[in-house]
Design a protein around this ligand. Sequence first.
Ligand SMILES: CC(C)(COP(=O)(O)OP(=O)(O)OC[C@H]1O[C@@H](n2cnc3c(N)ncnc32)[C@H](O)[C@@H]1OP(=O)(O)O)[C@@H](O)C(=O)NCCC(=O)NCCS
Length: 174
Amino acid sequence: MQAERFVRESRTFKASHVLPPDTNNHNTLFGGKLMAHIDDVAAISAMKHARGPVVTASTDSVDFLQPIRVDYEVSLEAFVTWTHNTSMEVFVKIVSEDLHTGERTVCATSFLTFVAIGKDGKPTKVPKVIPETEEEKFLHQNAAERAEARKQRRMRSKHLADLLGTRRPWEPKE
Ligand SMILES: CC(C)(COP(=O)(O)OP(=O)(O)OC[C@H]1O[C@@H](n2cnc3c(N)ncnc32)[C@H](O)[C@@H]1OP(=O)(O)O)[C@@H](O)C(=O)NCCC(=O)NCCS
């Protein structure tokens, strides 16, 4: 495995034309469709860094800041901002463009965490990531803090899952 890679080596872009099958009754892109685009572009970016299979471990909140209208372009830019042992943080910026006027808007941003998976199906080490630009350095320097918040959130999620269990409401209690 390569010991380190530059952030730029994982930069990934994806653009699509927003058309009616992907829009809702407001003539804007379905939230679920945008989330699928985000996961897709982020997974490609993580694979470019790990050069192997990855799984999505978590997605931080996605705030839909602006609607993305039908007949607009939606473009997503993703790159690995930070790595730990087997996990990688990927940042995604979502921009819409009015194809008639060229006006662009940042519609959403998101951070996702991917884990590299080895041949044995278990998490495996990833190369360190080296930021170069101001933007990359800015996102890199506060990533450890975000990772710590995710660790706490994961513990709370596990606790909640244990608490709720798998029993359906109509099934008898044991
Ligand atoms: C993510 C997964 C591989 C972690 O496996 P695990 O055996 O629990 O491994 P660990 O607890 O040792 O965690 C491995 C790494 O993942 C990170 N991680 C695990 N869950 C995480 C979460 N919810 N958010 C952020 N990071 C997470 C850990 O911090 C650790 O990072 P590090 O090695 O860089 O320190 C496992 O929980 C899994 O397979 N989840 C389902 C993934 C999935 O189906 N995704 C959707 C389809 S791709």
